[in-house]
Design a protein around this ligand. Structure first.
Ligand SMILES: [Zn+2]
Length: 158
């Protein structure tokens, strides 16, 4: 189960980096619609917010690095820049960045509107169901593919 967990985690992290980060935050390449669906599902499974929210914060980070306008501002401390920016509401707001392309992107806006439902499906139900149906290990699915995978996903970065 450990190998399956680490493989699933590596694939999920890779999909987040390829999709949320390189495709939608930086527009580093173009992707076909089926590939966008696949990358968006993979990014959703990482449970790090909607792509619109994540990419908006990431663009703001690159534009305003280590200032009060940077949502991951490292001068607020390691825990803040590591995970705090995702969990806690801050009195500081991300600085302006151009996200007009993301506002026009219907797929990104659809995922943003339905993020909570998609998060439950791709972040919890699907990983647990794979462990349950393929390996007849529902408890392992809940513990490893659910809880432990998400804990690792938020603490280990490639
Ligand atoms: Zn970047």
């Amino acid at each position: 189960m450990r190998e399956q967990l680490s493989t699933a985690e590596a694939v999920k992290t890779l999909l987040l980096k390829i999709g949320y980060h390189r495709l939608w935050s930086h527009r580093a390449y173009n992707a076909s619609f089926p590939l966008q669906l696949f990358l968006l599902a993979g990014g959703t499974s990482a449970v790090q917010g909607s792509c619109y929210w994540w990419a908006r914060a990431h663009r703001s980070h690159h534009r305003h690095t280590d200032t009060d306008l940077d949502p991951y501002n490292s001068s607020r401390g390691f825990l803040w820049s590591h995970i705090g920016w995702m969990i806690f509401k801050s009195k500081f707001h991300p600085g302006p960045s151009d996200v007009s392309d993301l506002r026009r992107d219907q797929l990104i806006q659809w995922q943003h509107r339905h993020y909570l439902v998609l998060l439950v499906i791709f972040g919890l139900v699907l990983p647990i169901a794979v462990a349950g149906f393929l390996f007849d290990d529902w408890m392992g699915g809940i513990c490893f593919a659910g809880a432990l995978r998400l804990t690792i996903a938020h603490h280990v970065r490639p």
